[in-house]
Design a protein around this ligand. Sequence first.
Ligand code: PLP
Length: 375
Amino acid sequence: MIPFNKPFLTGKEKVYLNEVLEAGKFSGNGPFAQKCSAFFRDHFGFTDNYLTTSCTDALEMSALLCNIQPGDEVILPSYTFVSTANAFLLRGANLVFADSNPTHPNISAAHLSTLITPKTKAVVIVHYAGMACDMEAIQNILAGKNIFLIEDAAQGVDSYYNSQPLGSLGDFGAFSFHETKNIQCGEGGLLAVNNKKFSERAAVIWEKGTDRAAFLQGKVSEYGWKDIGSSFYPSELNAAFLFAQLEAYKNITTKRISDWSYYDTLLKNIKDSGTFSFPVIESYMHHNAHHYFFSCSNKKQRDALIMFLQEKEIRATFHYLPLHQSEYFSQQQQQITLPNAERFGDTLIRLPLFNSITKTEIEKTVSAIHDFIRE
Ligand SMILES: *Cc1c(COP(=O)(O)O)cnc(C)c1O
C-alpha cells in the first residue's frame, strides 16, 4: 500500500527525547524550545517567534494580539482549514470569505479587494501547499489601511515568496508542525511576530497573561498577571523532537522537491493533454513541495479517480470543503457563492508525497492515473 503520508523521522528524535528524560525537566520554554526558537531566528530571520502547541494556537495568539472585537470583520479564503476561521470567530469576528484564484487555490487578490470595508480589522491569507500568495497585489490593497495581515503559513516552512520566507511578510506568520506537515513533532506550531509593536504583548499572552518572560530575563523582580493570555507553549518533549527535525530541514525540503518534480515530469503528457487542470505555479512561488495536487473536470471524476487509486492500494485524497459551504457556517449566515473555491472543493486531488516515498511508488501512482484515463 502506498499511504498518502508517512511522518518522517530523522533518527535524532530519540536521542534528544532521551536527553530530556535524563534532564528531568519537561515543561515548556526549556533548552530545546529555546534552541528551536533560535533556529527560526537564525535560519529564517524570525527575530521574534513563539513556539506553540499548534498552528491553531499560533493563529489564536494572533487574533488576541490584533485585539479582534465582536463585530470586527476578518477576511479569509474559504478554501482553507477550519483553524484559520475558528481563531478569529472565537474573538467574535464576522468572517468574510474570499474566493480562490481560478488557477490556484490561493486567495484571489482581486476578490479580496472588493470585500474591504471600514469594519475590516484583519486579512488572513493561506499559502496553499506552501505556495506563496500574490503578496505584491495583497500588500498594494492593504497599503495605507489600518488592517492587520496574518499569514497562515501552516504548510509553508522553508517556502518563499521570491526570496522572502513565508510567514515574514505579514504582521504575523503562523506555522504548523502537525505530523502531516513537512517538518513535524506530532502536534506543534510557531507564531512569528513581525510587527515589532506587538513584541512585548506577545510574550505576555504566550505566558498565560503574565510577565514571566521579563522575570526570567531579570527585567522584573517578580512576575504577575498583566493581560489576558493562555497556555500556548509546548512541552520540552515536543520541542526536543522538533529540534531533531529542524536540523534536517534542508534535506527534508530537497527530498520533497525532488519527488514533487518527478511527479511533475512523469505527468507532463497528461498535463499537456488537458484532461486535468494543473495549478499555475507563479515564478514567485519558491515552494517546499508540501503537496502535489491537480484538479479533475468534476467531482464525480475526482471521486472516481480516488476510488480507482484506492483499489490499486494507492491513497490519494481530496482536500478542503470550502468553509462557506460547511454545515456550521451555512446554518448561520446567508448563502454566498465562491465558484473557484467550490470547484477546488469538488475537484482537487492530492497524490501521495512523503519523505520516504520511492521513485517506484511515484511511477506506480502515475501509471495508475494513466490507466484511469485509458479506461
Ligand atoms: C495544518 C493546518 C492548520 C492547522 O495546524 P495545526 O498545527 O494542526 O493546528 C491550519 N491551517 C492550515 C492551512 C493548515 O494546513
